[in-house]
Structure formats: structure tokens, C-alpha cells
Design a protein around this ligand. Structure first.
Ligand SMILES: *[C@@H]1O[C@H](CO)[C@@H](O)[C@H](O)[C@H]1NC(C)=O
Ligand SMILES: *[C@@H]1O[C@H](CO)[C@@H](O)[C@H](O)[C@H]1NC(C)=O
Length: 439
């Protein structure tokens, strides 16, 4: 008995710490040299059915030469209350780093238009997609229950004055894509961006969508509206992405890691030196999953998509995580010969409250191999496998609707495994860059 009540007290103490942290914005805390800062994104306003997909340049972010240890986020309302996914679906958020010429007002930019200007240089992660997926961090509905910590002695180095070109300063842009599904006729359909629910036939740039494009990012761009039940009344509300950055001041004991993102839809073309062609990675980010033929729906049919690719450098794997959308049943990265580098599996919510919303992916499991135990070699053939089920993740009211559709679009980031690479020692890759540790 006595033992039990001690446990209870501990538990309450932890809860208290959390809620103190959440009640203060842009608040800084230091613990064992790790600083924690909490910020709010600019406000976005949603009403039933509406979509916000905006890029916020020049967001608040820790300054100086630091090592980022983690980045977490969630959608909150004006009172700071967590907003559940069944009201505001967090399709994705992405954090990108750039160098900006001093004196240029970055806040005027919208969309990704700023990326190609000479006064604005995007600092991509280490690869491998040619365009897109160049973020440092980025997740979706699984944000609340997915660990992003980079363990000691590693860190993501940013703000090194030696790397920033003269006349430039470092900045961060946050892209938040959120869909208000209050009162939606088909909540799942809205979150999967099915075009017919948005009554969309042309994309954001005015181009006609191909007739076989049934759903995806091209149908739920900024300011689009998903079909709401007739007569449904809901108020407009102001929301924010509240993000928490943990970091330490840079020092020579920190081992910098590299971030790699692999996308299962990557169309990889190998370099062909005889024809002067460089390697290309064309990442589509999203793909469609066809539902099972009628009658087989309950026998656990699985849609498997696989990619074989490689990384230009090798290293020790320090951290890995996958990203899937509703219906996902797991993703694994294999090395040559079939050894498992990282398996990342979704957790589906079972209730109503934020972080546990039934039918949504509320977390992805992560990989933290003991440094040195899981390696990727430069040029090694890597296989990324992503499974989706047409019977899982669609519980309750949505199931019958899903089965009546022939095509089941799965949206965004199809699957991305994030791999962080650590440079371990010089002289081993054969590429002149040293040896590498991956994470
Ligand atoms: C759908 O879009 C078309 C063309 O823009 C428009 O004429 C029609 O009224 C829209 N339908 C609905 C239900 O909003
Ligand atoms: C994907 O599904 C196949 C077939 O059911 C299974 O053999 C494989 O282990 C699954 N892989 C992952 C990564 O879940």
C-alpha cells in the first residue's frame, strides 16, 4: 500500500512539471546544460472544413551556435489548450533552415517562393531527395507521441558563424498544414485530401489535375475547403503550433550528426559518368494505396511498397523514425543482406483526448541503437519497406465508406525514414570524407 501511494505521488509531480511548462510561452528553462524554449507559431485561423497550409519565415528560434537536442510540437488554441486531431487534423509540419541576406524582410514571402532567390539560401539536410523533404524536423498527426531526442553526445549543429556567409544570417521557416474537420461529412476523406470532397480539379498553381489523381496534397492546399455536413455550425477559431526546442550551447565535446530522409516514392537514377549524368532522387512524397478487392477486406490484406536506394556516405545510426498516414502498419529500413536497420511502427489512438484520438496515428516508434552497433556503409543497397492495410486504422463509422472506394489515396510523405548520420572518424568512406557513423 505504502509503495503504491509513493508511486502515485511521483506521477503527480511529473504531471505538475509538465503543466507548468505548458502554461508559459517562450519560456526558457535550463537543466544539466540543456535549455528548453517554448514558442508559438504565428496564428492561423480555421473554420469547419477549411485548410491552412502556410510558411512562416523568420520564426522565433534559439539563436547562436547551438546543438539541437529535440523539437516537439502540437496544435493549441488561444487559451493554450491542446486541440485534438478529430477537430484540427495536423497533416504535417516541417521545419527548414535558411541563410537570409541581412536587411531583407523575409516575412513577406509565402509558399516556397522564397527558396530560389539569391538573398535566400535553403540549408537542406544531408539528403537524399533532390527537392522537397529537405527539412531538419517534420512530422504529422503522430507528433504528440513521437520522440525526437538526439542522445548524448550527439547533436544537430546549427548557427555556426563560420558557416554563415558574410552579410547573411540564419533563419528558420515553419510550414504548418492543418485541416479543420469539425462537422466534416467524411473526416477521414478530408484528412486524406480526397479531391472530390474539396471540389478541386486544378492545383494551387492553376494547373489541371490528371483525372487519375484522386487525392493528395494537390487537392488540399491553403484556403481550400473540405465538405461539411449541411447545416453544421462551427465557430472560426485561432490556432497556433506550439513548439518546444531543446538545445545546448555548442562545445567541442558534441558529436555532430547528419540527417538523411529516405522517401519510399523516390525515383532513383544512378549516376552515369560515361554520359556525364549525376545521380538523381526524384521524391514524389505521396502515393496511392488501392483498397483490397471486395470480399478480401477482412483477411488482413496489406499493400507493400518498397524502395531500394543508397546513401553517399556511411555512418553509425543514432536515431531513426518512419512517417505514415492513417492505414499505415509499419515501415522498416533494411541493409544489404536483409539486416534490420530500423523498424518504425504506428500507434493508433483509442480515445477522444489529444494524443489518443481513435483512428488516428498518434505516435511512431523510434530507433535508438546503441551507437556503433548499427552501421550503414557508403553506397550500400538499402531497402525501405512501407506497409498499409485497408482494414486497419479505419475503425468505426469510416470503415464501410472506405471499402466502397476503389482507390485509397494516402497522402504526403508517403513514408519517410529519417536517418541521422554521425561522422565517426576520418579516412574510411573511400569518398575522402572520412568514415561515418549513422544514425
Ligand atoms: C465545385 O466547383 C465548381 C467549379 O469551380 C463550381 O461550379 C461548383 O459550384 C462547386 N460545387 C460545390 C458543391 O461547391
Ligand atoms: C509488410 O507486410 C509483409 C506482408 O504481410 C510482411 O511480410 C512484412 O514483414 C511487413 N513489413 C513491415 C515493415 O511491416
Amino acid at each position: 500500500m505504502a509503495h503504491n501511494s509513493n508511486c502515485l505521488l511521483n506521477y503527480l509531480a511529473i504531471l505538475l512539471l509538465l503543466s507548468l511548462l505548458q502554461s508559459s510561452q517562450a519560456h526558457r528553462r535550463t537543466e544539466d546544460g540543456v535549455k528548453t524554449e517554448v514558442f508559438l507559431s504565428p496564428k492561423f485561423v480555421l473554420e469547419p472544413g477549411s485548410v491552412s497550409n502556410k510558411y512562416y519565415y523568420g520564426i522565433n528560434f534559439p539563436r547562436g551556435h547551438i546543438a539541437i537536442k529535440s523539437f516537439n510540437a502540437e496544435v493549441v488554441d488561444e487559451e493554450g489548450n491542446a486541440v485534438p486531431l478529430h477537430e484540427t487534423y495536423l497533416h504535417h509540419w516541417v521545419l527548414l533552415r535558411y541563410y537570409q541576406q541581412k536587411g531583407v524582410d523575409v516575412r513577406k514571402y509565402h509558399g516556397d517562393l522564397g527558396f530560389h532567390r539569391s538573398d535566400h539560401i535553403t540549408i537542406k539536410n544531408s539528403g537524399v531527395c533532390d527537392s522537397g523533404l529537405s527539412q531538419y524536423f517534420g512530422l504529422g498527426s503522430e507528433t504528440r507521441r513521437t520522440a525526437t531526442d538526439v542522445p548524448d553526445p550527439y547533436g544537430i549543429e546549427v548557427g555556426n558563424p563560420v558557416d554563415i556567409p558574410a552579410g547573411y544570417e540564419e533563419g528558420w521557416v515553419l510550414n504548418v498544414h492543418a485541416i479543420d474537420t469539425r462537422g466534416a461529412e467524411d473526416k477521414l476523406g478530408c484528412t486524406e485530401c480526397r479531391c472530390h470532397l474539396y471540389n478541386v480539379t486544378i492545383d494551387e498553381y492553376g494547373r489541371v489535375l490528371p483525372p487519375d489523381y484522386n487525392g493528395g496534397l494537390k487537392c488540399c492546399y491553403d484556403e481550400m475547403r473540405c465538405k461539411v455536413k449541411e447545416g453544421f455550425e462551427g465557430v472560426k477559431r485561432s490556432l497556433y503550433l506550439r513548439y518546444t526546442v531543446k538545445y545546448v550551447d555548442w562545445d567541442s565535446s558534441i558529436v555532430p550528426v547528419k540527417i538523411y530522409i529516405l522517401d519510399v516514392t523516390d525515383i532513383w537514377t544512378k549516376a552515369d559518368e560515361s554520359r556525364g549524368l549525376r545521380e538523381r532522387h526524384h521524391c514524389l512524397v505521396e502515393y496511392e494505396v488501392e483498397s483490397c478487392p471486395a470480399g478480401s477486406a477482412n483477411s488482413g490484406c496489406t499493400h507493400t511498397k518498397a524502395l531500394t536506394t543508397s546513401l553517399p556516405t556511411g555512418g553509425d545510426v543514432i536515431y531513426g523514425v518512419g512517417h505514415q498516414h492513417a492505414g499505415g502498419t509499419g515501415t522498416t529500413l533494411y541493409g544489404e543482406g536483409g539486416r534490420v536497420i530500423c523498424s518504425s511502427n504506428p500507434t493508433y489512438g483509442k480515445g477522444n483526448e489529444p494524443g489518443n484520438e481513435a483512428g488516428y496515428i498518434v505516435g511512431m516508434s523510434t530507433c535508438y541503437p546503441l551507437p556503433g552497433t548499427v552501421k550503414i556503409y557508403a553506397g550500400e543497397a538499402l531497402t525501405l519497406v512501407s506497409n498499409y492495410s485497408s482494414t486497419q486504422g479505419h475503425t468505426g463509422a469510416h470503415t464501410s465508406m472506405m471499402l466502397s472506394n476503389i482507390i485509397w489515396p494516402i497522402v504526403l510523405f508517403g513514408v519517410a525514414i529519417i536517418v541521422v548520420v554521425v561522422i565517426v572518424f576520418k579516412g574510411e568512406t573511400g569518398q575522402g570524407e572520412g568514415y561515418e557513423a549513422m544514425l
